[in-house]
Design a protein around this ligand. Structure first.
Ligand code: SF4
Length: 329
């Protein structure tokens, strides 16, 4: 099996996901974009909205990124933005910072030339309607030109019926990635209309999607990327890298890359307990905010009967990310 360099880094959770636009010229029925992102021009580095380009570097530093995946919407609708961000990343981290770009277009020679030296790997996403005659499409012409210009070139598509036709494209490609088709809020209606169902209650994978890919997956250039893999390995490894760089000395880093700490809110009961804790705890083993003190979760739970006030243990994604669980103590 041939894994692209972008995929190897993705397996290590070492790729920054740079979402450059929610606009797209296509209207794929299975489009997984959330309604929050669809059609907007907000840029996200991983899940963080970006106001100024230096925040992209900050986020990449936070996770010790070894590469970046540029995605959207359709990134080529804002090619200037793409080239500016890729230049920034390559200048900051060096030319070895590997960058791959997804596109639903067949890039023109001008578009390819603008990305030379900035993007290393291009992943084409041809629409399902043209898979049957893929060898006759502009995607193959683009793939040939991109290869001649020094890009690594591949196709990346969701698992849908008709995948086997893409075998005709393989001689022109370095790799072909198939993503397990995923159920989402914005495509649920279209999924139901087609009679598709969730394979289980744990992931967003669709029943039968693997079967559509079976024949193509026998080829060594083809790689199957499962929904479970994306949810577990890829995300977990990325969270761990971020946690290792950003966790405070008293945050516990879990096996899933989340962090856990205790919180005592100020207020009538909490004030006195917080004062005692501040005196008893080692400097650096707690942090005080205007409305609360944050401290090791085990100290809070061990002394829970003595500590008065509103208190709880938080598990969340690192660096101020999403709260996974909040447990009152
Ligand atoms: S090309 Fe991608 S972003 Fe555009 S509509 Fe299709 S799935 Fe959505």
């Amino acid at each position: 099996m041939t894994l692209s360099r972008g995929c190897i880094l993705c397996h290590q959770g070492a790729k920054l996901v740079l979402f450059v636009t929610g606009r797209c010229h296509r209207t794929c029925w299975y489009c997984p974009l959330s309604s929050e992102r669809k059609g907007t021009d907000t840029v996200y580095a991983n899940d963080r909205p970006v106001d100024i380009p230096s925040q992209i570097i900050e986020e990449a530093e936070n996770m010790s990124a070894l590469g970046t995946g540029v995605t959207g919407g359709e990134p080529l609708l804002c090619l200037d933005k793409v080239t500016a961000y890729c230049r920034l990343l390559k200048e900051h981290f060096g030319p070895e910072h590997q960058i791959h770009l997804y596109t639903g277009k067949a890039p023109t020679d001008e578009e390819l030339a603008a990305m030379q030296g900035l993007v290393d790997e291009i992943r084409l996403h041809p629409p399902q309607e043209c898979w049957e005659k893929i060898a006759e499409t502009d995607y193959i012409i683009s793939a040939q030109h991109a290869k001649a210009m020094g890009f690594d070139i591949g196709i990346e598509v969701p698992a849908l019926p008709g995948l086997e036709h893409l075998a005709a494209a393989l001689p022109y490609l370095d790799f072909l990635n198939i993503n397990e088709l995923e159920w989402g809020d914005t495509n649920a209606y279209a999924m139901r209309e087609r009679g598709y169902e969730l394979a289980d209650n744990l992931h967003n994978a669709i029943e039968g999607a693997k079967g559509w890919a079976e024949e193509l997956c026998r080829h060594e250039k083809v790689h199957w990327c499962s929904s479970a893999f994306k949810d577990s390995v890829q995300l977990r490894e990325r969270l761990k890298r971020i946690a290792e760089n950003t966790a405070r000395p008293f945050d516990e880093i879990t096996e899933d890359g989340t962090i856990v700490y205790g919180v005592l809110e100020f207020g009538e009961d909490g004030d006195a307990s917080a004062e005692i804790l501040k005196r008893e705890l080692e400097p650096g083993s707690f942090e005080v905010f205007s409305d609360r003190i944050e401290l090791p979760w085990w100290i809070l739970t061990e002394s829970s009967t003595d500590v008065k006030g509103n208190k709880y243990v938080i598990e969340r994604y690192p660096n101020g990310g999403m709260i996974v669980e909040l447990t009152p103590v």
